[in-house]
Design a binder for this molecule. Structure first.
Ligand code: PMV
Length: 308
């Protein structure tokens, strides 16, 4: 019997980078983009073949040492203590690569979930999240764990590294635009550059991280109180601190500025930075104007999403 599983993209609202150093961060799944994996029976003796359609890749599980997808599949087999099945695994994603929307974690999650179901051992969200975290560690250096958590639980999370995850509610829904600079920027590189700067000046960087953590805490309180307009200034403040720690870029700054000028309540880069996506919070009736302003300023794609 064939199986199919999907996993959403995600966006970090507040707290990226500082979250790696123990500060809280807020992230939400976004369903406008997602990864999908299907597992189908193959001829006996064929082993497991993985097709990564977006990358035009096909490889056998046995042969592949490097790939994140192969690692995710191997971990499933290890957890379930099952030999490699004769199966075709096909993975496809509409989540842009290396842009802060969690594409890596989502493809691993979709693959692992669908393979586990194929082997008649569905795994829990907690097991799936731990498995995807292992893959993220190999491929991203020192991840905080926020991507695998929000994607595998598929819920808005208030995340503190190594603490029990907390789900938060947004009683008043709010509208975001997510705009892509079109500049791919692997998270591992910006995480490493922040680490190098932190090594050189720990007190200063710890102080920045603490300020970012406070913003994330205040943002959660504002969301839960339904005070969504105050998220705008909090985003602006968070963006300034991310610029100070060196993870913004001219393209991100241009989009952030154009969203603010276009009438958004506030805007910031989201995720690893250095490129990738930014987010803006705004009144729904401004969405078209701000979206046009973003495209004029160079955004290659704008997604309108509602949180809550
Ligand atoms: O680039 P993204 O969306 O995968 O986000 C990375 C978030 C960081 O805080 C920069 C790194 C991490 O592991 O939390």
């Amino acid at each position: 019997m064939s199986t199919r599983a999907t996993a959403p993209g995600k966006i970090i609202l507040f707290g990226e980078h500082a979250v790696v150093y123990g500060q809280p961060a807020l992230a939400v799944p976004i369903t406008e983009v997602r990864a999908t994996a299907t597992v189908e029976p193959a001829k006996p003796g064929r082993g497991t073949i993985i097709y990564a359609l977006d990358q035009g890749l096909e490889f056998s599980l046995k042969a592949s040492q490097e790939s994140a997808l192969a690692l995710a599949a191997r971990l499933v087999l290890e957890i379930l203590r099952t030999p490699e099945p004769d199966a075709h695994i096909t993975v496809q994603s509409t989540i842009p690569f290396a842009s802060g929307l969690g594409s890596g974690a989502a493809v691993s999650a979709a693959l692992a979930r669908s393979l586990a179901e194929y082997l008649n051992h569905p795994i829990s969200d907690t097991e799936l999240s731990a498995l995807v975290y292992e893959v993220e560690k190999v491929h991203h250096g020192t991840p905080s764990g926020i991507d695998n958590t929000v994607i595998c639980y598929n819920k808005p999370v208030y995340f503190i590294r190594d603490k029990t995850i907390e789900i938060f509610d947004a009683p008043i829904p709010f509208h975001l635009l997510i705009a892509d600079t079109g500049v791919p920027s692997p998270t591992r590189l910006t995480v490493a550059s922040v680490r190098a700067a932190w090594e050189l000046n720990k007190p200063q960087y710890e102080a920045y991280f603490q300020k970012i953590g406070c913003i994330a805490k205040n943002a959660r309180a504002a969301i839960e109180a339904g005070d969504i307009k105050s998220l705008g200034p909090l985003m602006n403040e968070n963006h300034s601190l991310l610029s100070v720690i060196g993870v913004s870029s001219p393209e991100l700054d241009t989009l952030v500025e154009s969203a603010r000028m276009g009438g958004a309540w506030g805007a910031k880069l989201s995720g690893g930075g250095g490129g990738g996506n930014m987010i803006a919070i705004l009144e729904p009736q401004n969405a078209i104007d701000v979206s046009n302003a973003l495209v004029k300023a160079g955004a290659v794609r704008v997604i309108h999403t509602v949180v809550g």
